[in-house]
Design a protein around this ligand. Structure first.
Ligand SMILES: [Zn+2]
Ligand SMILES: [Zn+2]
Length: 342
């Protein structure tokens, strides 16, 4: 089968032919139709310090996908061939303290497809049946972005949203999803900030009431003006940029909540007393998707038509155009990019 492979310990990705996998007991074989390209894939292609410390090439990359079940190993219950599905790409151990207390998203033994084992940028992938989620009528194009959209659902819906003022800091694809989710969940006002006008336009399209260009305007001032001087009830920090992190803490109201998803490149100096403690705020770190609360919530929002995430998907490429797909991410103007595989 055709696949995109990290072939060796060096920059670049290779489109090549690899053996088609076969499902072991408890696994299903999925013919991939659409796959999402993300920043993680860019780190792997560029072979940065994180990738060098984590990956053991050769392996098939890619972790966001949807497709059709075409074969099943023994002992698989509740799924059928022909079903259109997506899957949680974090394969967890099921027996650590976190897994056994309903916190599999922070399992200490997590293995990620396309990072620690063969991934989804291929014609076929095998997945543990326990990780598979039937799409129930959601198109595979949307199914392919439910992994990153799930991060946005996790970020937004672990805060109290109905009637709240929500600030989304950073309008990359996950930030734009977060804007749409906050609207769908009943936020009274959604304010979005970024330094890129194209991304801010996408945030408006996803339902942001107010957008602020952080390159030219004072984000904190704008949020205070929009909230009668109180600040935002909930801030979703999706950028990881140090200046934006400080804006997030400054713009949240006393007693409010800051959801941290964006990953800073290194250490960030925080004034704990003034930015967190004296404000009495709650800070929540977002990693992955809650298993499987987030997936079920997300599927209900999508099948009920509460949220249309498709405007965020701005580019589509065939599998063999992965270099063009990565270049589009590097440009900084792209929303979500998907590969059309079958
Ligand atoms: Zn991703
Ligand atoms: Zn575990």
């Amino acid at each position: 089968m055709q696949a995109i492979v990290k072939a060796k310990r060096a920059p670049g990705l290779t489109v090549t032919t690899v053996p088609k996998p076969t499902p072991a007991p408890g696994e299903v074989l999925i013919a991939v139709r659409h796959a999402g390209v993300c920043g993680t894939d860019l780190h792997i292609a560029d072979w940065d310090a994180w990738a060098q410390g984590r990956l053991k090439p050769p392996l098939v990359v890619g972790h966001e996908f949807a497709g059709e079940i075409v074969a099943m190993g023994d002992a698989v219950a509740g799924l059928t061939t022909g079903q259109l599905v997506t899957a949680e790409g974090h394969i967890v151990c099921g027996h650590c303290l976190q897994c056994r207390t309903g916190n599999g998203h922070i399992c200490k033994n997590t293995r990620i497809i396309g990072v620690d084992r063969d991934g989804a940028f291929a014609e076929y992938i095998v997945m543990p049946a326990t990780n598979v989620l039937p799409l129930n009528g959601i198109p595979t194009q949307v199914g392919a972005v439910m992994d990153p959209m799930g991060n946005a659902f996790h970020t937004v819906l672990t805060a109290e949203i109905p009637g709240s003022t929500v600030l989304v800091v950073g309008c990359g694809p996950i930030g734009c999803f977060a804007v749409g989710i906050a609207r769908a969940a009943g936020a009274a006002k959604v304010i979005a900030s970024d330094v890129n006008a194209t991304r801010l336009a996408l945030a408006r399209r996803m339902g942001a009431h107010v957008t602020v260009n952080a390159a030219t305007d004072d984000v904190v001032r704008a949020v205070l003006d929009e909230t009668g001087g109180e600040g935002a009830d909930v801030v979703c920090e999706m950028s990881g940029v140090p200046s934006a992190l400080h804006q997030a803490f400054a713009a949240v109201r006393l007693g409010g909540r800051v959801q941290l998803l964006g990953l800073p490149k290194g250490e960030v100096a925080i004034d704990f007393a003034n930015e967190i403690i004296f404000k009495g705020i709650t800070v929540y770190g977002v990693i992955g998707r809650r298993m499987y609360d987030t997936w079920h919530q997300m599927r209900r929002y999508l099948t009920a038509g509460l949220l249309d995430p498709t405007p965020v998907i701005t580019h589509r490429f065939p599998l063999n155009k992965i270099d063009e797909a990565l270049a589009a991410i590097r440009s900084g103007d792209a929303g979500k990019i998907i590969l059309e595989i079958a």
